[in-house]
Design a protein around this ligand. Structure first.
Ligand code: IFM
Length: 443
């Protein structure tokens, strides 16, 4: 049995996707509140106003985690719930909610794993440019200080950012996510400041938390050329460069990859590229979010990336249209292991959206999600057997939730949420996960 006894078996969620209570108890507005309340931005006009109502139902959700045998739970803090204006005064009621959640988890023997930035950035700071403002580095470090002082006596695992690529490029460049920007230079600035913010926050966390385990979570999917043509091979290298190396090189080597610096050219004007060396602080773990493979082809019509995605007709896809490619997880990890001095690795997200059938006899039958989880857990197991330092796995997601610009239409949960009644119903995949955990823990 490859899985070590102290392996973390978890579920993952994020504040805006599940909490609801968007305007309760002094919570400040976040960029996703503003974005989802802007007509046309989110499918079906969905918002996170109620979401899974986890803010009020967290006890029930912790009990469900306990029933499934989870020993870890990855959740995020809503920055404007605890610091409504993003900087300055804290909100006691917001801090109190996370106190209660952490205490409930610890009582249930579930280790809390906190993400500081899972996208619900304070709207109040957008007037100053959000992550494009160099001051955002200090805003984030101060927020990390508040939270790590407050929870550091009980929480040892801290993740600075979740998927900064998505925030920077989908949020500030392509505009499909909050805050809805449309500027590549803006996206590059946002990525830069998030990386510097990571470098500034980790030492703060270490100072405040005894035995802290601090890291960052990146979206690290598989990028391969759509054909063996040289132009497509180069296109895939560019795409992978922007997704992987643009973040991994700063975090592990303190520099940006030269080929992508050249590709971005004048889009980087105004950024002090040298400053990125401060992102390379020692970390205890790398969080890896892995879902799929992308096939990439050359496309002169889309500067500066000059590429496009190619849909693989021969493959199986999830309801997101994402290609299911479990072997990509291990292939990526092997490659990272060759290129970087890797710390411990946690698979901080992995899972799939499918169009689930309604519950019958108090369970949702979701055979495709069971197969997805089984295949990916088998890859994790083989990776551990090969000596890769994977110390935990977190299924995305514990609950069906607000899937950003797709709204509630895409269900990733291993537990179903009925959005009319907010009733939770386990899916077969949750029971499969429970068995797999039990089997690994008894071996
Ligand atoms: O729901 C998201 C999550 O917030 C970040 N990672 C990918 C998930 C599925 O799209």
């Amino acid at each position: 049995m490859a899985f070590p006894k102290d392996f973390l078996w978890g579920g993952a969620t994020a504040s805006y996707q599940i909490e609801g209570a968007a305007q309760e108890d002094g919570r400040g507005e976040c960029v996703w509140h503003r974005f989802s309340h802007t007509p046309g931005k989110v499918e079906n006009g969905d918002t996170g106003d109620v979401a899974c109502d986890h803010y009020h139902r967290y006890r029930e959700d912790v009990a469900l985690m306990q029933q499934l045998g989870l020993n870890a739970y990855r959740f995020s803090i809503s920055w404007p719930r605890v610091i409504p204006q993003g900087t300055g005064s804290t909100n006691p009621a917001g801090l109190d909610f996370y106190d209660r959640l952490v205490d409930a988890l610890l009582k249930a023997n579930i280790r809390p794993v906190v993400t500081l930035n899972h996208w619900d950035f304070p709207q109040a700071l957008m007037g100053s440019g959000g992550w494009t403002n160099p001051d955002s580095v200090q805003w984030f470090a101060d927020y990390a200080d508040v939270m790590s002082r407050h929870l550091g006596d009980r929480v040892t695992y801290w993740i600075t950012h979740n998927e900064p690529w998505v925030v920077a490029f989908v949020g500030y460049w392509m505009g499909r996510h909050a805050p809805g920007g449309n500027s590549l230079p803006g996206g590059l600035k946002a990525a830069h400041h998030m990386l510097l913010g990571h470098g500034a926050a980790v030492p703060v966390i270490r100072q405040n938390v005894r035995n802290a385990q601090a890291g960052i979570t990146l979206d690290l999917h598989r990028y391969e050329p759509a054909s063996d043509k040289e132009a497509d091979i180069q296109a895939a290298i560019r795409e992978e460069g922007v997704h992987h190396r643009w973040f991994l090189d700063p975090v592990f080597k303190g520099c940006y990859p030269a080929d992508i610096v050249e590709l971005m050219g004048e889009n980087l004007d105004g950024i002090d590229l040298e400053a990125i060396k401060t992102a390379a602080v020692p970390i205890d773990f790398l969080g890896v979010n892995y879902y799929m493979r992308f096939l990439i082809a050359d496309n002169p019509g889309f500067p500066p990336m000059h590429n496009r995605l190619v849909y693989n007709d021969d493959a199986e896809h999830t309801a997101m249209g994402w290609e299911i490619y479990p072997q990509g997880l291990i292939l990526n990890l092997q490659k990272f292991n060759e290129n970087y001095d890797l710390p411990d690795i946690y698979i901080t997200e992995n899972g799939a959206a499918f169009d689930d059938a309604p519950p019958q006899n108090d369970v949702v039958e979701d055979p495709r999600r069971v197969a997805y989880l089984e295949a990916h857990l088998n890859e994790v197991e083989s990776a551990i057997e090969q000596g890769l330092p994977i110390k935990g796995y977190f299924v995305w997601s514990l609950l069906d939730n607000f899937e950003w610009s797709y709204g509630y239409g895409k269900r990733f949960g291993i537990i179903r949420v009925d959005y009319d009644t907010l009733k939770r119903t386990v899916k077969r995949s949750a029971l499969y996960y429970k068995d797999r955990i039990a089997q690994a823990s008894s071996g």
